[in-house]
Design a protein around this ligand. Structure first.
Ligand SMILES: Nc1nc2ccc(CNc3ccc(C(=O)NCCCC(=O)O)cc3)cc2c(=O)[nH]1
Ligand SMILES: N[C@@H]1O[C@H](COP(=O)(O)O)[C@@H](O)[C@H]1O
Length: 205
């Protein structure tokens, strides 16, 4: 399956997806064919170029509306014959129209154990809540932010004295395991999004 990855920054999750898909021993069903960033000059673009993957910068500031921006992304993905989309640190909210077009074919990694701690500052909320466990969640993207069906989760301990930096570093190590696993499940047809919005597991694949 041809995969498109949307990024906004450092791209360590993108790197994990690239390493997985290009590891010949893994015989991955996923082939990353395009990386799109909404921000120019980010490290994720260099990671893609180094891996020989096509890149595009589609800057949301160049568009009059969210819909126009999302349409430009949809066009680029379609032209590259992308079949699955991974949001890897992509920090723009996508419109309902775009999400509908990619329903069941778009994954995001969120740095908490959803449904707890949704939103853009998950680690801060985790530390404020004083919970002993956190982790990451790879979920299908639904119109409601961070609310789609969860495909893979990995957990980590939260330690006294943890900061957002120390926690995010520990969680990211798990993201780099969980996201490639989820992408493979979807690309290989082992799991899919059911009509009722729940995960369907396919035994014969
Ligand atoms: N419709 C839909 N789209 C998404 C876009 C990105 C992400 C990644 N996680 C994200 C979760 C939250 C944010 C956020 O609140 N950013 C500040 C506002 C930025 C802006 O104005 O756009 C961004 C990405 C998830 C979703 C999702 O679950 N559903
Ligand atoms: N969505 C969140 O944004 C961060 C992206 O990091 P990177 O993949 O760009 O290094 C990750 O922590 C991910 O959970």
């Amino acid at each position: 399956k041809k995969v498109g990855v949307l990024i906004s920054g450092s791209g360590t999750n993108l790197q994990a997806l690239i390493d997985h898909s290009q590891d010949l021993r893994k015989q991955s069903a996923a082939e990353i064919v395009l990386v799109i960033s909404n921000k120019p000059g980010v490290q994720g673009l260099q990671r893609a170029e180094k891996a020989g993957i096509a890149t595009k910068v589609i800057n949301h500031k160049d568009f009059a509306s969210r819909e126009d921006f999302d349409d430009a992304i949809h066009t680029a993905l379609t032209e590259a014959q992308v079949e699955l989309v991974c949001l890897a640190g992509f920090m723009r909210i996508l419109t309902g129209g775009f999400v509908k077009k990619w329903n069941g074919r778009m994954l995001n990694v969120h740095p908490s154990l959803l449904p707890s701690f949704k939103g853009a500052n998950a680690h801060k909320l985790v530390l404020e809540a004083g919970v002993p466990l956190s982790g990451c969640s790879v979920h299908f993207v639904a119109e409601e932010v961070d609310a789609g069906a969860i495909l893979v989760q990995e957990c980590v301990r939260v330690y006294p004295g943890d900061t957002e930096d120390s926690l995010s570093e520990r969680v990211k190590a798990m993201e780099h395991r969980a996201f490639p696993q989820a992408m493979e499940l979807l690309a290989a047809g082992k799991a899919s999004l059911g009509e009722n919005g729940k995960i369907v597991w396919h035994s014969n694949s």
